[in-house]
Design a protein around this ligand. Structure first.
Ligand code: MG
Length: 398
């Protein structure tokens, strides 16, 4: 029995992870569930899955949960079993993922909130199934170095990186020519450039192929998600970004490709169903027969691949620039994007303001920072704080 802690159990990846756990009750159990503030859903999850621990980031919500009947019952609905212990704050998240009984941690908080809890889980020797790509964008060097030191495996849950992971099975990493990440292109792939500035959050949340959380859906519309994934692939597979390319593939059937030095292209394909990469990470290195819907590749599919329009979607180029500059610049990229996307979702800024704010933050940070200084968790957290202040003031000023 693998006992699983989920950082972000009420989010999109979190709820789909619980579906996978429910499909294989003899193999997986939810040991710890964590949420920021959605305690109604967390209460339902506790009643169904009977975790031993829950952590609620928001202290006020945690207090309310302590009064709620659903948490006290616990035990997966079995009478006589005590409810889960309830923890709060970042400390609570850390307790939930480092508990000695936890075997594997699903890291699925959006943005920077999962960084420290995931690092603590690595230090505690837990296998990490990583959905929170911002962790590698912000602090890839620190995370991967800690994983090496603690002999911890980091398994990608992101569908593209799960695809690359599968293509690389049995291959010599030195024989990789390049990795090609596929992007759906998001909802604005065919939008006229002059119309882009008028697009609303409702338009942007209407993703053509994948069902995901709000942050990653907006990031898909700007192509920042693909930029983050380039950085994620750089750290996960130890490749220079010059060997990582992006193609627009609107059907989202090919999840990514690896070109080897002999010219062979290996591709992984499948339905657009996040439960498949989640299940892959939970069961790795085994493969389990899954109950999810399939598609039939012998039908008349047409697959198209096109280069991305970097002038229309400048976020992709900003991500390449951030990782080439290195140091704390990718952390600024990630946090500025988090702030800009939140402002866009609240209708405070327009769609094309998102890359503008991120570029401004990067320029200002580059002008004021010594990029040759060693990267530490402190320098990353300081860059994160600086970016929050800079973007906050900028957003207030308009
Ligand atoms: Mg992805």
């Amino acid at each position: 029995m693998k006992r699983i802690a989920i950082l972000g159990s009420t989010g999109s990846v979190g709820t789909q992870t619980l579906e996978v756990i429910a499909a294989f009750p003899d193999r997986y159990a939810a040991h710890s569930l964590t949420a920021r503030s959605r305690i109604d859903l967390l209460e339902q999850q506790c009643a169904r899955f009977g975790p031993r621990m829950v952590a609620i980031r928001d202290a006020e919500c945690a207090e309310r949960a302590k009064q709620a009947a659903g948490f006290a019952r616990g035990g997966g609905g079995q009478p006589g079993q005590p409810g889960p212990s309830i923890h709060t704050g970042e400390e609570g998240l850390i307790e939930a993922v480092t508990h000695p009984d936890v075997d594997l941690v699903i890291s699925a908080l959006p943005g920077s909130a999962g960084l420290v809890p995931t690092l603590r889980a690595i230090e505690a020797g837990k296998t990490i199934a990583l959905a929170n790509k911002e962790i590698l964008v912000m602090a890839g060097e620190i995370v991967m170095e800690s994983a090496r030191r603690n002999r911890v495996e980091i398994l990608p849950v992101d569908s593209e990186h799960c695809a690359v992971h599968q293509c690389l099975a049995g291959q010599d990493p030195d024989r990789i020519q390049r990795v090609v990440l596929t992007a759906s292109g998001g909802p604005f792939r065919d939008t006229a450039p002059e119309a882009l500035a008028r697009m609303t959050s409702k338009d942007a949340l209407n993703h053509p192929t994948w069902n995901m959380g709000q942050k990653v859906t907006i990031d898909s519309a700007t192509l920042m998600n693909k930029g983050f994934e380039v950085i994620e692939a750089h750290w996960l597979f130890g490749l220079p970004v010059s060997k990582i390319d992006v193609v627009i593939h609107p059907q989202s059937i090919i999840h990514s490709m690896v070109e080897m030095v002999d010219g062979s292209l290996l591709a992984q394909m499948g339905p657009t169903d996040m439960r498949i990469p989640i299940q892959y990470a939970l069961s790795y290195p085994e493969r389990l027969e899954s109950p999810w819907p399939r598609f039939d590749i012998t039908r008349n599919w047409s697959l198209t691949l096109d280069p991305p329009d970097e002038a229309m979607f400048p976020c992709l180029g900003l991500a390449y620039e951030a990782i080439r500059r290195g140091s704390s610049v990718p952390a600024v990229l990630s946090t500025a994007d988090e702030m800009a996307v939140e402002a866009f979702l609240r209708q405070r800024i327009g769609f094309t303001d998102i890359p503008r704010i991120i570029a401004d933050a990067m320029d200002r940070h580059l002008a004021a920072t010594d990029l040759t200084a060693p990267v530490t968790l402190e320098s990353i957290m300081a860059a994160d704080q600086w970016t929050r202040t800079f973007c906050g003031e900028k957003l207030i000023a308009g």
